[in-house]
Design a protein around this ligand. Structure first.
Ligand code: ADP
Ligand code: MG
Length: 590
């Protein structure tokens, strides 16, 4: 273990100990200090709501997916504990586990059926789900008691007293808060952040986007259920109006107000929105005003304080929280050409991609030989990027076949192709913008096809080696948004290399670079090729292409018009005409 990894571990350990000590103090305080009924009421509500808001921190804050039904999941937990303990005489914990379980399953189900739609559909489907749950609570009277609600809800035997139960709620909140606090640094949490920052790039970097989204949704729903269970225990009575759509909006507002990406923000937002309305009770006398004010605050927060209160504070203290650069040197990057048997790394056969009537890629065939640098060129709009998107699984081919090292990958999703040996960069840089250079590259390194040993230390080592290879290791711990355009391109290349691809796809890596940076890139490409990696590169810079590429495939209007050894291809009249015909400043092809 390197010194730097050790310091990260010891920082974490210190953080955990401090957290445990603080939790112990708070639990002892709420258990011992005499409190008024009113204060108890506020604190139990804050603790139980916070757990549900932590759930939104996961799904909305970390994974970027909207869930407008958190009150429904909260209701599952509350009704499970309510009906379970009052009507069925179940033990509190069993009822709580049932409620959380039902919420988890419903969350996963809702996620599975709707997450592929994304965006606005997701918002609409979660609202409909919320409404259905409310209707069932109100109308399925024999089971739910309808609008009368459920009373006589029991607590666990050891925590009958209000003080003890409050202590329990705070402890539960602290435990869940700890998990959510640590989640972003785990593989699952990192994948969630990658999906939030850039879904396409996450898939290509090896993240199973769909599974990560469903996991976030299910986890969020389960936390909603747990919060609801404690809420029911705390108040001994629940009714449908406590779990309506309006309450879902309140949950979302709490998440956004405090800061969407952190449990600290969630707690701040929750506490504020519980204490404030209590002191502004008169608002509730006008029907609808309450909801209007929440709606307005969401708009104002998103407009003026997008990172919430805690995000605002964090920006100001980040300087002290930033980890120092690594003290030791990074290891040498190894690029193992896996499965060296097949002579062809990539075989594209009769590949087509149509957008409605537009044949962006039309019956294209070519092969990339092991160890070659192979260029894909053609005028703007000739279908180069679309070809790469079909190769990497972002688009499904309209027809044709893609073989990678003799394996048919035509129908695989992006992350599975990455595991099978593809790596790529994008024409428009797609980095995970909330993360450091190191974290970006770690996500590229972390996929099942990359055999680099287990554990976080191995990932960090691999990522540092990749960053060192592109010359940016000294700045590994800096946020990617602070890097120049050219350096961001290099980080993207490092992210692809860290995944140990058999085939590297590069979409116009030289675009937007100044002449010094272009020289650096040419040198980098030569060093990558010298390691035996097979590269398929799209570029307009003919100097670069002629200098690095052994073979060239030329596209024009989606069709392959030439394919073969570089010098031969560039002499063909059709190729020269394609360039001269479409671009006034055509490159010198001689
Ligand atoms: P190149 O990378 O060679 O400049 P592209 O592959 O980006 O070209 O685009 C090829 C053609 O396909 C263009 O006419 C473009 O407008 C069209 N195209 C690309 N992506 C889409 C899409 N998602 N929907 C519809 N048309 C698209
Ligand atoms: Mg393009």
């Amino acid at each position: 273990m390197s010194a730097a990894t050790f310091s990260v571990t010891s920082r974490r350990l210190a953080g955990t100990i401090a957290y445990a000590a603080l939790t112990g103090l708070v639990v002892a305080a709420v258990g011992l200090v005499p409190l008024t009924d009113y204060a108890m009421h506020i604190l139990v509500q804050t603790a139980s709501y916070s757990i549900a808001v932590f759930g939104l921190t996961v799904v909305l804050g970390l994974c970027g997916q909207i869930n407008l039904a958190q009150a429904a999941f909260f209701g599952f937990g509350a009704y499970a504990v309510g009906l379970g303990t009052a009507d069925l005489h179940l033990n509190f914990w069993i009822a709580l586990a049932l409620g959380a379980g039902v919420a988890l399953v419903m969350g996963a189900f809702l996620g599975m059926t709707t997450l592929r739609l994304g965006g606005h559909y997701l918002a609409m489907v979660t609202i409909s789900f919320q409404q259905i749950v409310t209707l069932i609570m109100v109308n399925w009277i024999p089971v739910t008691h309808g609008p009368d609600g459920v009373g006589n809800i029991r607590r666990p035997a050891m925590f009958e007293s209000a003080h003890a139960f409050l202590g329990l709620c705070v402890l539960a909140m602290a435990l869940v808060g700890y998990v959510v606090w640590r989640l972003p640094q785990t593989p699952l949490g990192r994948s969630m952040r990658a999906v939030r920052d850039n879904e396409l790039a996450a898939g290509v970097a090896g993240v199973n986007v769909y599974r990560v989204k469903v996991a976030a949704f299910a986890l969020s729903a389960a936390l909603g259920g747990i919060g609801g269970g404690f809420f029911a225990g705390g108040f001994a009575y629940v009714s449908p109006d406590q779990f309506s759509f309006a309450e879902s909006i309140v949950f979302i507002t709490m998440t956004l107000l405090g800061g969407v990406a952190s449990p600290v923000g969630a707690l701040i937002g929750t506490a504020l929105l519980i204490v404030l309305p209590e002191s502004l009770r008169f608002l509730k006398s006008v029907p609808g005003l309450y909801l209007a004010i929440y709606g307005l605050s969401i708009i104002l927060i998103i407009r003026y304080m997008p990172d919430g209160i805690w995000g605002f504070v964090q920006h100001r203290i980040k300087r002290w929280l930033a980890p120092p650069p690594f003290a030791d040197a990074a290891a040498e990057l190894t690029l193992a050409p896996a499965k060296a048997d097949a002579p062809m790394v990539l075989e594209v056969t009769n590949l087509s991609k149509h957008f409605g009537g537009l044949k962006a890629v039309d019956d294209v065939s070519f092969s990339v030989r092991r160890g070659d640098v192979h260029a894909l060129i053609g005028p703007n709009g000739s279908g180069k990027t679309t070809t790469l998107n079909v190769l990497s699984g972002i688009y499904v081919a309209s027809a044709g076949r893609v073989m990678l090292c003799g394996r048919d990958v035509t129908l695989l999703p992006p992350h599975a192709r990455t595991a099978a040996g593809m790596g790529r960069t994008f024409q428009n840089i797609r980095l995970f913008r909330s993360m450091t250079a190191l974290e970006n590259v770690i996500i590229g390194a972390e996929h099942p096809g990359n055999d680099i040993g287990s554990g976080h230390a191995a990932l960090v080592e691999r990522a540092r080696a990749a960053l060192a290879f592109v010359g940016l290791e000294a700045r590994a711990q800096e946020l990617v948004t602070g890097f120049s355009y050219g350096h961001q391109r290099l980080i993207e290349i490092a992210r692809a290399l860290a995944g140990n691809p058999t085939l590297l796809l590069l979409d116009e890596p030289a675009a937007g670079l100044n002449s010094t940076e272009k020289l650096g890139l040419r040198d980098l490409l030569k060093r990558i090729a010298a390691k035996g990696l097979t590269i398929l590169i799209i570029d307009h810079d003919m100097t670069l292409v002629t200098e690095v590429a052994e073979r060239i495939t030329v596209l024009n209007f989606g069709r392959c018009i030439a394919d073969g050894v570089a010098a031969d291809v560039l002499r063909q009249p059709a190729v020269i005409e394609a360039y001269l015909g479409s671009e006034p400043d055509a490159p010198d092809l001689a």
